[in-house]
Design a protein. Structure first.
Length: 65
């Protein structure tokens, strides 16, 4: 089960991945659950990206609301 902060982090990765701080505890959690991965854009520059599993979680949450 994800916390509200972790769900919000997942939503931010989907909508504004460049706005996420890489050292957020919530980001580590969604990475561990394989809902987000880091994509290498250039040497030394990476950006979080939502995985298909993360997309499925967001779709499920959207259906609930």
């Amino acid at each position: 089960m994800l916390s509200p902060h972790e769900l919000t982090t997942l939503m931010l990765v989907e909508d504004a991945p460049d706005q996420i701080e890489a050292d957020r505890a919530e980001l580590r959690t969604v990475l561990e659950h394989q809902l987000v991965i880091f994509e290498m854009l250039a040497p030394g520059h990476r950006q979080p990206r939502i995985t298909p599993q993360g997309q499925a979680v967001l779709k499920a949450v959207a259906r609930i609301h």
